[in-house]
Design a protein around this ligand. Structure first.
Ligand SMILES: Cc1cc2nc3c(=O)[nH]c(=O)nc-3n(C[C@H](O)[C@H](O)[C@H](O)COP(=O)(O)OP(=O)(O)OC[C@H]3O[C@@H](n4cnc5c(N)ncnc54)[C@H](O)[C@@H]3O)c2cc1C
Length: 406
């Protein structure tokens, strides 16, 4: 039986593990965090179209739908203007069930539960070195004993260790889109329940939403920056200071949100950056999800991309069986256009969600006012015209059913 090592147990990793196991591979997943990062921390992510279909094929469709976020009202605030409220429940119902918003930790929990019995998970460890001799890969770990695998896949996110070891330093493949993103949990002082409040200024956004599962709220900040900020992506305290400085003069409810910054233990901060590699395989090492082609957190449908591409990777490896390299090549060929599309959309999305000038800023409230009042069929048309939604909806999912062994 071919042995595959996957680095990373978030979204792409467990989806890949699930399907490889079904196709008869022996799978080990190594995850840096001491336990699975499940639960209700983290951020809300989207599953669109074909990604929902993959989840359905895994038998998790109902569970994921049940675990969805329940944001049903969004209020937009701007200084000196009347707030505008949108009824999201009505809007979402008009669109489709083939779009589910769920907390990343909830999705990971469901994926982990679906695989834990049959896949070996090793938590609290990380790959230290990889030595591909052409017929297998010798792997050493930061903690565990060295082992040998037929194939190693990096599903370890934007700052992937597998990518660094096999493809080179991150600096050479980063494409910053000029935005920064911060998210953390806090008490629901504003009694938001299922409401989202979003305040906008030119180049800066502050938003907070209730998390119905925990009774807590989440604070989220997005801001524009032309040049790159210099910081250590492991130094949380430094990142908290950057955020506090950026929003020190903001006003609105921001002082209330920032009051909880010091205590936040799930603080996330990163630049909205793409990973732009042209190839996702080096011999017997491959990449999947954000590790290979992060389209930018929150702007390019990274989660849907991770789910779909992990499914395709497993299927192509199974179809090619002992010829791992040709399986990796076929995977690359099949996903390339979707990856390129999600990459091409990020810059526009960043400009739209963080309007950098007064013209773009002025257009947002208009869209907010008009959209919910359009007839459902027209809302659908507008949604379908969105390239990303369209791409994920129309992506043909290959059928690998014949390859399933268990
Ligand atoms: C704040 C925020 C908001 C977002 N909003 C959206 C959204 O609205 N819609 C959307 O589609 N996407 C969104 N995304 C992007 C989405 O989270 C990612 O695209 C998706 O999670 C990619 O999954 P992945 O499994 O490839 O990588 P990740 O989810 O990044 O997971 C990587 C995993 O690898 C582990 N790991 C890291 N290093 C190592 C190592 N050295 N060894 C072992 N394990 C390691 C990590 O702990 C993690 O578990 C958002 C992201 C962020 C950060």
């Amino acid at each position: 039986m071919q042995k595959v090592l996957i680095s990373g147990a978030s979204v792409a990793g467990p989806v890949l593990a699930y399907w490889l196991d079904r196709y008869g591979f022996e799978v080990t997943v190594v995850e840096r965090t001491p336990a699975v990062r499940h639960g209700l921390g983290g951020h809300a992510i989207d599953l669109f179209g074909a990604a929902v279909d993959v989840i359905d094929r895994m038998g998790l469709g109902e569970a994921v739908y049940e675990a969805r976020t329940r944001s049903d009202q969004l209020t937009l605030y701007r200084d000196g203007k009347r707030p505008i409220t949108v009824d999201l429940a009505r809007f979402n119902a008009g669109i489709s069930r083939r779009h589910v918003e769920i907390l990343r930790g909830e999705l990971t929990r469901l994926l982990y539960d679906a695989t834990r019995e049959r896949v070996e998970y090793v938590f609290g460890d990380s790959i230290a070195t990889l030595d591909d001799d052409g017929s297998g890969v010798d792997v050493t770990f930061e903690r565990g004993e060295p082992r040998r695998f037929d194939l190693v896949i990096g599903a370890d996110g934007m700052h992937s260790a597998v990518r660094r070891l096999a493809f080179g330093p991150e600096e050479s493949m980063r494409r910053p889109l000029g935005g920064y993103l911060a998210v953390y949990s806090m008490p629901d002082e504003l009694e938001l329940g299922s409401r989202t409040l979003l305040h906008m200024k030119v180049g800066r956004i502050a938003t907070t939403y209730g998390v119905h599962q925990t009774g807590q709220a989440r604070a989220c900040f997005l801001f524009h920056r032309a040049g790159e900020l210099r910081y250590d992506h492991r130094d949380i305290e430094q990142q908290k200071r950057i955020l506090a400085d950026e929003y020190s003069d903001y006003g609105w409810e921001v002082p209330r949100l920032l009051k909880h910054l010091d205590a936040a233990d799930d603080f996330y901060f990163d630049s909205i950056t793409q990973i732009t590699l042209d190839s996702w395989q080096r011999g017997l090492v491959g990449l999947v999800g954000d590790a290979g082609y992060c389209p930018g957190p929150a702007v390019g449908g990274g989660t849907s991309l991770a789910v779909i591409t992990a499914y395709v990777l497993a299927g192509e490896l199974a179809a090619a069986r002992s010829d791992i390299r040709s399986g990796l090549r076929n995977y690359e060929r099949k996903i390339r256009s979707l990856v390129e599309l999600s990459r091409s959309i990020g810059p526009t999305v960043v400009r739209t969600i963080i309007p950098g000038d007064k013209v773009a800023f002025g257009a947002v409230p208009l869209a907010f006012r008009v959209l919910p009042h359009l007839p459902t069929w027209l809302q659908r048309q507008i949604w379908s015209a969105n390239n990303l939604g369209k791409a994920f909806r129309s992506t043909p999912l290959p059928d690998y059913t014949d390859l399933v062994r268990s």
